[in-house]
Design a protein around this ligand. Structure first.
Ligand code: G6P
Length: 734
């Protein structure tokens, strides 16, 4: 920016110099013709007197000359004969300009002219000498020589120069200020565009939709206004919010997946952190707030590690909150979790071209298990108006069930996956029950406004209710459910990073472990093995990259961390096999020596191991075909405190609305995705830094504490209103 301002000022300075030279030339020539004209006028007006005294009395001729020199700019005058003799001259007439010499020059330079003039230097300063013929009937009588003082011209020149310089200075300053202000606003976009144009990178096609950028800008402005400069959200601020707005009531979370799973291993019991965006987001919130997390006890050592009330204090060593484990029989798990939740609702809500499977038996299980969990929640609360956070598609019925037992509860439900359009939701045989169950909530949250709109449209299409579009609420009798977007995020700073060495050492270590040279280019993908994640499309894009950009053959390696998931379901097992053979096929195509472009690591990786890969990579590709948010994208950004690395992100993720500085792609379009991978690998460090810095700023501010805080503040407001309405009602009835 400073260089730009400097260049601007130099340019304006040069322009000012050039302007001055041109202008001073023009004014000089104007002054010369002005003086010539003056001389002509002076001689013409004295013509009669000159003619009458020319041959008679030289004293009178002298007087006439003296009259002419009354003009303050005419210093001296002389009258010469055509033969070059002096007839008369004023006292101060300089001897340098003798009649003869002047007439010779005049005849040489302008033989037929009535007047001739020249500029000359005298010891006293510059002068203008003019020779004008004195006309008479029989031919010119002679010549009048006039000497004009030019020092006033010099003075005028200096003043003009000063004025001009001052004017140009003011103009430059004004212009510079305007240019700097404009540059301040346009600089970033402009430099990026310029750089892209210069490097020939095809990045413009990976830009986010303008609509998304505008929506993000509006959201940020709205958030800033709402927050009123209260600072960044942290665990402490979240805790304070809970105490201040909700009188410190503890929170009860209901989520199928537990944050700590105890497993039996040959080495003893191991605690695992499951691969789940929901857990990634909610665990830090629970740590900050304390309370109870009600979840399915799915680990092989969960029973033996829980107490007689099925509870266990976590996190291990810290013990700031409780997990209440609910046990499910195999049949219950099959029907509720694998069946209705993951073969029915999961494909129903994700546009990933998988038909949902709806089995009546699974539905019955789902209803029964929702009741079982709702009962567990009611056992864990310690007031009749608790705050309950119900999570995700496993528990669409629980909000109404809890409401039936605790009418005064504040129930905040968050749907972590997309909510499809009404037409699609309409194919579910139990759509009315699902929607009605969710409407038991006080607040129903989705990641994006689009999902909120889809939900409201579904209510409109299938339910008896009133929709208050102004406040985005569904009203059924005396109860209302607010439907709001709350884009989820991650903790900031991420605690796992404390266990990972800095980027430089991690880069070297990871490359060495993979048997790669230290300067190898590395891409990373991190997912559960799920068909919504677009892992096949991602590997095919790597294949396309190597086909279309031969310079990366032998240099670029893509590591896919894939955590096995829902493996009882055929589709997931099939996907696993397809991915394995695709990776083998690509590797066979591009293998040379020990080089293999795809490294498939199909096992559970604990968070520090995942973060090592984020830190070691040159790029991270998130290629989901449909994703509510996707926290891998945000984790990659959090890991890169070196402000390097490029995020290539599917436009079908909720995260693409927040992380507009990523390279946004359609993962189905292999040409586009491979071009984005190539652009990422060729991106200059300065542009990487610029993009990463901006994404880090956004994720750090819009962290998960803010996500939870905003929902709790909204819930507190709602509670206050409901309490007031309650008081009025009891007042009226008494
Ligand atoms: C998604 C869901 C979560 C779920 C996670 C892992 O992120 O929204 O509710 O926990 O996937 O899936 P799993 O079936 O292993 O819990």
């Amino acid at each position: 920016m400073r260089r730009f301002a400097g260049a601007l000022l130099v340019t304006l300075g040069l322009l000012a110099g050039l302007g001055y030279i041109t202008l001073s030339r023009i004014t000089r020539s104007w002054f010369q013709s002005d003086l010539a004209l003056r001389s002509q006028l002076a001689v013409a007006s004295a013509r009669e007197s000159l003619a009458s005294h020319w041959t008679s009395d030289p004293t009178l001729l002298n007087r006439t000359l003296a009259d002419i020199t009354r003009d303050e700019r005419i210093m001296a005058a002389a009258a010469c004969t055509m033969g070059g003799d002096l007839r008369a001259a004023t006292e101060s007439y300089p001897a340098e300009f003798s009649c003869r010499s002047v007439l010779e020059r005049m005849r040489g330079e302008a033989p037929a002219a009535q007047q001739w003039s020249m500029r000359a230097e005298l010891p006293s300063g510059p002068v203008h000498l003019s020779a004008t013929l004195v006309p008479a009937d029989g031919g010119p009588l002679g010549v009048i020589l006039l000497v004009h003082d030019l020092s006033y011209l010099e003075r005028r020149d200096v003043t003009t120069r000063r004025l001009l310089l001052a004017a140009f200075f003011v103009l430059s300053l004004g212009g510079g200020l305007i240019a700097l202000t404009a540059a301040r606003f346009a600089w970033r976009g402009w430099t990026i565009e310029l750089r892209r144009a210069l490097t020939g990178q095809p990045t413009p096609q990976f830009q986010p939709l303008l609509r998304d950028v505008r929506a993000l800008a509006e959201r940020l402005a709205h958030e800033q206004e709402r927050e009123g400069g209260a600072g960044i959200w942290s665990p402490a601020r979240l805790r304070a919010t809970l105490t201040q707005h909700l009188q410190g009531e503890r929170i009860v979370i209901l989520a199928n997946r537990e944050p700590y799973v105890h497993h039996k291993t040959p080495e003893g019991v191991r605690v695992l952190h499951p691969a789940s965006g929901l857990v990634t987001a909610l665990e830090p919130v629970m740590r900050a707030c304390s309370g109870v997390w009600v979840a399915h006890g799915s680990g092989s050592a969960d029973r033996e590690t829980a107490d007689s009330h099925d509870r266990i204090r976590v996190p291990p060593g810290e013990e700031s909150y409780l997990i209440r484990r609910v046990w499910l029989s195999e049949a219950e798990e099959n029907g509720y979790y694998y069946g209705l939740s993951n073969e029915g609702l999961w494909p129903l809500c994700h546009v990933a071209h998988m038909r949902p499977v709806f089995r009546a038996g699974d539905w019955e299980c789902y209803v029964a298990v929702n009741r079982k969990f709702a009962d567990a929640v009611c056992e864990e609360v310690d007031t009749d108006d608790p705050i309950v956070l119900v999570q995700d598609y496993h528990f669409a019925l629980a909000p109404r069930m809890i409401r039936a037992r605790l009418p005064r509860a504040t129930i905040i439900t968050f749907w972590h996956i997309p909510w499809p359009n009404a037409e699609r939701i309409g194919i579910c045989p139990w759509r009315d029950e699902l929607i009605s169950g969710l409407l038991g909530s006080s607040i129903l949250g989705f990641h994006t406004q689009q999902h909120c709109n889809n939900f409201i449209d579904s209510v409109d299409a299938f339910m008896e209710s009133r929709i208050d579009r102004e406040s985005n609420a569904v009203v059924q009798g005396p109860r209302r459910t607010l439907v709001r977007p709350y884009p989820i995020s991650i903790e900031w700073p991420v605690r796992w990073l404390q266990q990972v060495p800095d980027v430089a050492s991690t880069r070297l270590q990871v490359r060495a472990e993979l048997g790669l040279p230290p300067d190898a280019l590395l891409g990373v993908g991190v997912d559960r093995l799920d068909y919504t994640k677009g892992i096949e499309e991602r590997l095919s894009s790597v294949d396309e990259l190597l086909t279309r950009y031969p310079q990366y053959r032998g240099r670029f390696t893509f590591v896919q961390l894939a955590a096995p998931s829902r493996t009882k379901i055929d589709r997931y097992r099939e996907l696993n096999e397809r991915i394995e053979s695709l990776a083998a096929e690509i590797n066979a195509r591009w293998a040379s020596g020990s080089y293999r472009p795809v490294v498939l690591l199909r096992s559970h990786h604990e968070p520090p191991a995942v973060f090592r890969f984020y830190r070691a990579a040159d790029l991270c590709y998130v290629s989901s075909l449909h994703d509510g948010m996707n926290l891998v994208a945000k984790e990659f950004v959090a890991a890169r405190d070196d402000e390097r690395g490029v995020l290539v992100l599917s436009q079908f993720t909720g995260a693409a609305r927040d992380l507009t500085e990523a390279l946004i792609v359609n993962p189905y379009d292999l040409r586009q995705a491979s071009a984005a991978l190539a652009a990422a690998l060729a991106m200059p460090p300065a542009e990487q830094g610029e993009r990463m810095k901006s994404m880090r700023r956004l994720v750090s501010e819009f962290n998960v504490y803010r996500w939870a805080g905003r929902m709790l503040v909204d819930a507190a407001e709602l509670r206050r209103k409901e309490r007031m309405v309650g008081k009025f009602r009891s007042g009226w009835s008494s």
